[in-house]
Design a protein around this ligand. Structure first.
Ligand code: ZN
Ligand code: ZN
Length: 201
């Protein structure tokens, strides 16, 4: 099963089968007008990679728009205990008088890392993407894995996922008959950590 690397259209943050990416079908690129077989947010690969399109990515630290990326921060998330995000610089939103108990925080991430995230395809999900971070930057997406090919034991799950990624059998991930429960798996390009989030229909 092809990855973007196999088709010479690499994405540093998306190292998973093309079949796991949320893409647009054949048509004209919204930016240059060229007719292409696969589009990214309605644009050809080259135009999408310029980073000049108006794209948005949802993350565990909140939405990231182009303005957010330029400002070097996410739109933000509510946090009861900001120390839970140890190691990240946070800026608190002004308190909304309609919701005086809510505390929202922007999470600061290098603008270059966020710009790269916005020129990366989203992955298919049931409930929407939640890009994960590690070592102060977006992690690398490694694939969408049906939960029912792995153990139910949460302690053993990480090592089973790691084993799968060492020698991935991608065909298994797109076969019919899997339940909807899916693990979206990421690795860190700095420390090698493996993380995932999950959802179902
Ligand atoms: Zn184009
Ligand atoms: Zn890391």
């Amino acid at each position: 099963m092809d990855t973007f690397d196999d088709t010479q259209r690499p994405f540093p943050l998306f190292k998973a089968p093309i079949a796991h990416a949320a893409l647009d079908g054949p048509g004209e690129c919204v930016r240059c007008g060229k007719h292409v077989g696969t589009r990214f947010q309605d644009a050809c690969y080259d135009c999408f990679r310029t980073g000049e399109l108006d794209t948005v990515m949802d993350t565990e630290f909140g939405m990231v728009t182009r303005d957010d990326a330029t400002a070097g921060r996410t739109h933000g998330i509510p946090l009861n205990d900001p120390s839970a995000l140890n190691g990240y610089t946070l800026t608190q939103h002004p308190i909304d008088p309609r919701f005086p108990d809510d505390r929202w925080y922007h999470v600061h991430i290098d603008p270059g890392h966020l710009a790269e995230l916005l020129r990366t395809p989203k992955y298919h999900t049931w409930q929407g993407e939640t890009w994960l971070f590690c070592c102060q930057r977006p992690m690398v997406f490694r694939g969408s894995l049906p939960a029912d090919i792995f153990t139910d034991d949460p302690d053993l799950l990480p090592s089973e996922i790691e084993k799968f990624l060492d020698a991935p059998d991608w065909k298994q991930t797109v076969e019919d008959g899997h339940g909807s429960h899916t693990y979206y798996v990421f690795t860190c390009s700095v420390c090698g950590a493996l993380r995932h989030h999950d959802d179902c229909d």
